[in-house]
Design a protein around this ligand. Structure first.
Ligand code: NDP
Length: 448
């Protein structure tokens, strides 16, 4: 008999926590997971999944217009936000059910309340009950940060945006990152007047500059408004509910919904980590080693709460590697090299490996190949919008060290191409592959 109630107690049933729980249980561990909200975490409940479904819904706006050029008699179509919203939320419910089933079928005990750390081997539930475990895994994710500005309480975040009563006629989105650009695309397609307010003049820091510039150019032409280098002063709310965002310089912007998309911070408030001596980084994330172990031997952490790479598939890998290491007699670390990522903006963009600027800094001499083209479908549809693919090659070894693209289906294409970049293939290997014609992806093997 173990001295503890459980072999593993997981706090947080999001992507990382659920994966770790079920794999540890499959390795024979007795596992419990506590979740204070809903099973599935940010990705399933109020992130990647409902967001992607809204993007599919929003895309019909252009598809229905384009369909006429392809011979379809499309009558003027109306759009009902409530139908899309409710169907998306229904799908979220279904997926949550599947996540619950997974835990159940792996004999993981789900405890539907908040748990905090009360010592190296002890957690305390909101109900007051204390539970002991040989290991504790913290997988509590991250939470939206909102800027410290007068009237900020009138704004929402990505937590609330999926539940809006109406599709806003005017929306201001603060931030220039992933969430801002994705929701700008969604609401613009759904007919809202969209303004992105950014504190600098840079969108999507970390992505290749040419790709970011292309997104800005396309978004501007579509009619999304941008306020760069904008310092908010205060937000006022009228009796009729409309909001006015005032800036240090320039005219105020009025809207019906103000959304903050200004980053996410590790979710650690009141978690009791100090009771077990768990150290935090300067950025307020849990410090972990390569095996996700914290400064307390019996406590591990995975996912956004550790702020390594705030991406769902990374959290899942970390959770899996943790379970294999601690319960599967198979110590494993996660390889963070060449992790592909995408922004589901309109059009979407995606990248893997080094940007041109990074490669020049790190390698010295690089070769850059680009293809700037109008996708066939856009040509017939009469859309001027151009795609841009960019390949960065180490001039000394001919190895492809970065691939970046914006255009229809860019994330779908990049996921496959990322295998080649991760495998260290050369430009010659790409050139040796026969093009698949006619496709957009063939541009990758025809770069001159
Ligand atoms: P991001 O880190 O992508 O972007 C945050 C933006 O907010 C930046 O433009 C930043 O400006 C700005 N900002 C930060 N603080 C302030 C402030 N106090 N006042 C005004 N502006 C501010 O965060 P998101 O919220 O968009 O997304 C959070 C994370 O979620 C992402 O980092 C990503 O890891 C993940 N995510 C991934 C998605 C995907 O994979 N497709 C989709 C959605 C989210 P500056 O550049 O100047 O710092």
């Amino acid at each position: 008999m173990s001295d503890y109630d459980f072999d593993l107690f997981v706090i947080g049933a999001g992507s990382g926590g659920v994966r770790a729980s079920r794999v540890a249980a499959a390795h024979g561990a007795k596992v419990a997971v506590a979740e204070e909200f809903r099973v599935g975490g940010t990705c399933v409940i109020r992130g990647c999944v409902p967001k992607k479904l809204l993007i599919y819904g929003a895309h019909f706006a252009e598809d229905l217009k384009d369909a006429r050029r392809f011979g379809w008699n499309v009558p003027d179509c109306g759009f009902e936000w409530q139908t899309l919203r409710d169907n998306v939320l229904g799908e979220v419910d279904r997926l949550e059910g599947l996540y619950r089933n997974t835990l159940d079928s792996n004999k993981v005990e789900l405890i539907g309340e908040r748990a905090t750390v009360a010592g190296p081997h002890t957690v305390k539930l909101a109900s007051g009950r204390e539970i002991t475990a040989k290991y504790i895994l913290v997988a509590t994710g991250a939470w939206p940060v909102t800027p410290d500005v007068e009237g900020a309480e009138h704004g929402i975040t990505s937590n609330e945006v999926f539940h809006l009563d109406e599709c806003p006629k005017r929306i201001v989105i603060v931030g220039g990152g992933y969430i801002a650009n994705e929701f700008a695309g969604i609401f613009h397609q759904l007919g809202s007047h969209v303004t992105i307010v950014n504190r600098s003049s840079t969108l999507l820091r970390g992505y290749d500059e040419s790709i970011r510039d292309r997104l800005l150019q396309i978004s501007t032409v579509k009619g999304i408004n941008f306020r760069f280098n904008a310092q908010m002063e205060r937000i006022e709310k009228d009796k009729d509910g409309s909001l006015h965002v005032h800036f240090k310089d320039g005219d105020p912007v009025s809207c019906d919904v103000l959304m903050f998309a200004t980053g996410r911070t590790p979710n650690l408030d009141g978690l009791g980590l100090e009771s077990a001596g768990v150290e935090l980084s300067d950025k307020g994330a849990i410090k972990v080693d390569d095996y996700s172990r914290t400064s307390c031997e019996s406590i591990y952490a995975v996912g956004d709460v550790t702020d390594r790479l705030q991406l769902t598939p990374v959290a899942i890998r970390e959770g899996h590697a943790f379970a294999d290491t601690v319960f599967g007699d198979n110590p494993r670390t996660v390889d963070y090299g060449c992790v592909p990522s995408a922004v589901f903006s309109h059009p979407p963009l995606a990248g893997v490996g080094m940007t041109e600027a990074e490669a020049k800094n790190r390698l010295g001499t690089v070769k850059v190949y680009t293809s700037d083209f109008r996708p066939m479908k856009n040509v017939l549809a009469g859309r001027e919008e151009r795609a841009l693919y960019k390949m960065i090659v180490d001039a000394t070894t001919d190895r492809v060290v970065g691939l970046h693209m914006i255009g229809p289906d860019a994330p779908e294409i990049l996921q496959a191409a990322a295998i080649a970049v991760k495998a260290g293939l050369t430009k010659q290997d790409f050139d040796d592959t026969v093009a698949l014609h006619p496709s957009m992806a063939e541009e990758l093997v025809l770069l001159k």
